[in-house]
Design a protein around this ligand. Structure first.
Ligand SMILES: Nc1nc2c(ncn2[C@@H]2O[C@H](COP(=O)(O)OP(=O)(O)OP(=O)(O)O)[C@@H](O)[C@H]2O)c(=O)[nH]1
Ligand SMILES: [Mg+2]
Length: 367
């Protein structure tokens, strides 16, 4: 399948390891900013892309995507399958066994509602039977795929919107900037004219990080004139320039950390209000980036961000090295929001479309 199909439809185009500890959202959202520069609106500076040599020779695609997904999910798989198999090995699926299965699934981050649904599926089809280990895994993968299937939807980018604006939100450290870089690279390869907006204006390092990626991707780069410049003003100017220049896709980075939730909400809403003054249909996508290693915190983060903005889809990162890949099932069951892409590494090519069956089978260690 072409990469383009993987990532999503393009319509109406004018152009063709170790777990990373992430604080709980309330803490992350309320962490004080050491020094807050006065948030004076500043004229933007359109910085030239940083002159960065091309990334080191990239690893050849020796393993297929599914093999990499499976390898990435291996910690989650081990946790889930070992406990389920040892629980049900040569055992009749009676009430007690099913109750224990439900508890095991909840422990593996699948969430209460999804776990109940899966167990009900088992009860309907296999109650009173003794099942082999392989049957258990296959049946679980089928039940999980049925939950994931409705949310496995590509992010639809419509270049004719000139540009299609994607606002990227999420708690600090979830992978927003990296995901922008990965998406940018993909769509640039499709021939789209891309722009990155460094809306996380408080941290110079965040701006530089995105600038490096812009250089590698040949994306237009819109940076604040100085640290702490008004992010909404930057977004306004960037969108105005992007329209004038006929860009197809504008990816807007945002800060994940402000001194409290209200401040973050106000910042995001202001960005959206101001963007709408340039194009009232924008932002066309609001992508919430979640870090899979945070498990149930990710569920909490969706609730918090849904209150703030109209989230249109999810990206789930760091599935490599997470033992909590089951959380994607909980997210699907609880919110029904589209899961567009998953991240399985730090490199530009480590972002993939979310495929329900592959994910479910990968999670159960099946081919
Ligand atoms: N292993 C792995 N690391 C990832 C993935 N996505 C992002 N990272 C790493 O996670 C760290 C944080 O990523 P960023 O993209 O800077 O996250 P952010 O949300 O922009 O963070 P802030 O700007 O601090 O809010 C970086 O070291 C990334 O390389 C992934 O899918 N897998
Ligand atoms: Mg960032």
């Amino acid at each position: 399948m072409a990469l383009r199909d993987f990532f999503g439809r393009l319509r109406g185009g004018s152009a063709a390891q170790p777990e990373i500890p992430i604080p709980d959202p309330p803490e992350a959202l309320s962490a004080p900013i050491p020094e807050t520069p006065p948030p004076l609106p500043e004229p933007i500076l359109e910085a030239p892309p940083a002159e960065i040599p091309a990334p080191e020779a990239e690893a050849p695609a020796k393993t297929g995507w599914f093999a990499r997904l499976k390898a990435g999910l291996s910690r989650s798989t081990a946790k889930l399958t070992e406990s389920v198999v040892s629980l049900l090995h040569k055992r009749r699926l009676d009430d007690e066994a099913l109750e224990e299965l439900e508890e095991t699934l909840i422990t593996a981050d699948l969430g209460v509602a999804a776990s109940q649904r899966i167990v009900e599926g088992f009860r309907r089809t296999r109650f009173g039977k003794e099942v082999t280990d392989e049957e258990v895994k296959t049946a679980l993968a089928d039940e999980i795929a049925a939950i994931l299937d409705p949310v496995a939807q590509p992010m639809e980018i419509i270049p004719a919107r000139a540009p299609h604006v994607v606002l990227v939100v999420g708690v600090n450290g979830t992978g927003k900037t990296t995901t922008i870089a990965k998406l940018g690279r993909h769509y640039a390869e499709q021939g789209l004219k891309i722009g990155f907006v460094a809306g996380d204006t408080f941290r110079a390092a965040a701006v530089e990080q995105l600038q490096v990626w812009a250089g590698r991707t040949s994306a237009r780069f819109f940076a604040p004139a100085k640290p702490g410049a008004d992010a909404a003003g930057l977004a306004f100017d960037a969108l105005t320039a992007a329209r004038a220049d006929g860009l197809d896709l504008l990816l807007v980075d945002t800060a994940g950390r402000l001194h409290n939730k209200t401040a973050l909400m106000e910042e995001l809403r202001k960005i959206i209000r101001v963007i709408k003054r340039v194009d009232e249909t924008a932002p066309h996508s609001v992508l919430l980036v979640l870090d899979a290693t945070t498990g149930q915190n990710a569920v909490q983060q969706v609730k918090v961000f849904k209150e703030m903005v109209d989230v249109t889809g999810l990206a789930v990162t760091k599935l490599d090295g997470s033992a909590k890949g089951g959380v994607v099932v909980a997210l699907a069951q609880e919110f029904g929001l589209p899961v567009h892409v998953v991240g399985v590494g730090e490199k530009a090519e480590d972002l993939r479309p979310f495929a329900a069956r592959d994910y479910a089978r990968g999670l159960m260690g099946l081919d």
